[in-house]
Write a protein that binds this ligand. Sequence first.
Ligand code: NAD
Ligand code: DAU
Length: 362
Amino acid sequence: MPTNDTILVTGGAGFIGSNFVLTWLRAIGSPVINLDALSYAGNPANLSSLDNDARYLFVRGDICDAELVGSLLREHKPRAIVHFAAESHVDRSISSPEAFIRTNVQGTFVLLEQAKMYWSKLDEAGRSAFRFLHVSTDEVYGSLGPDDPAFSETTAYAPNSPYAASKAASDHLARAYHHTFGLPVLTTNCSNNYGPFQFPEKLIPLMILNALEGKPLPVYGDGKNVRDWLFVEDHCSAIRTVLGNGRVGHTYNIGGNSERANLDVVTTICDLVDEMRPAAPGAPPRRKLITFVEDRPGHDRRYAIDASKLSRELGWRPAEVFESGLQKTVRWYLENPAWIESVRTGAYREWIRQNYSERVEL
Ligand code: NAD
Ligand code: DAU
């Protein structure tokens, strides 16, 4: 049974997935099937520019639905699965962990099992060409002290939040399906992404919108937690690179070489918003809106990524530096008020109330 050039993407209506589908069609151009359940984080409007594009097919469905996944594989015979679908917000995993176990662990298991059944029936050429790329996170490695070396592919797993634990479990399943069954799995572990289409529950879009609207900017704890930031299109180019040339069964760390303390990220956003959308006359600069609030329980102090394996073996490097990427991102949110209104539903407002209204100010 020959495979074709089609790829199956899961979670392609979310933040990274939709950027991946758009950039894939620009850079590679082969057909994409997007399987997405449209949870609160999924937004088909992210891909409305593809409405008349014959290379793109959207299927609304759940990755936990084995029958649906199996029938999509048999019908479309993709040459790869790129698996983004997940529950992705750490704060939600603290207040409601169950959905994380279902989608991230059970859903990944269903995909791997269906992929194994499909792959094992391909002819030899199809089997050797097929890839299952599992998209994961640096959070599986836990938290670093200020002078610790960055996470490498051999760093021991030590996930701290229910989200990170569920992603770690899915990474282990992906690894096991390669080791035991020979399924051609690739895993990527990436640092914090930012850019267009990110749901405004995450730090950067939340701060841009609150700054724009003159609302408090809730920084958890002392604001000195450090994250490594990568522009989303650079993550997408890294995934294309690993999918094209990564060694089967290997893990690749992806990062932006841009460690920043949260407080520095937020003050930079304030200054960019002041510059691009000056506050009303007499109104204070946006930095004055910064409010320190009760910390996230179990808050990881620092993440840093050593992406030297990916650059050494496959020649990948990010195109964007943090300052230019952040400027593009702030501009995108300023220029897309209709998108912002479309995602700020009642359920979104309820989440904001739940996560912030009872957090004491420090
Ligand atoms: P997101 O929350 O924006 O999008 C997740 C998508 O998955 C949504 O479209 C949602 O509808 C879909 N989905 C959820 N449950 C589903 C289910 N049961 N079946 C089918 N679809 C379902 O997430 P994101 O930020 O785009 O992250 C994508 C992936 O990248 C995740 O696996 C995440 O762990 C990983 N990752 C994210 C970051 C980051 O900074 N955002 C960094 C590294 C890795
Ligand atoms: O490292 C990769 C991970 O990055 C991904 O796997 C996750 O899917 C993604 O959500 C992200 O996790 P973080 O928890 O690092 O991202 P978040 O945007 O939620 O928070 C970034 C930092 O900002 C973190 O230290 C918590 C802090 N923060 C966050 C919010 C929402 C605040 O100080 N205030 C806030 O209101």
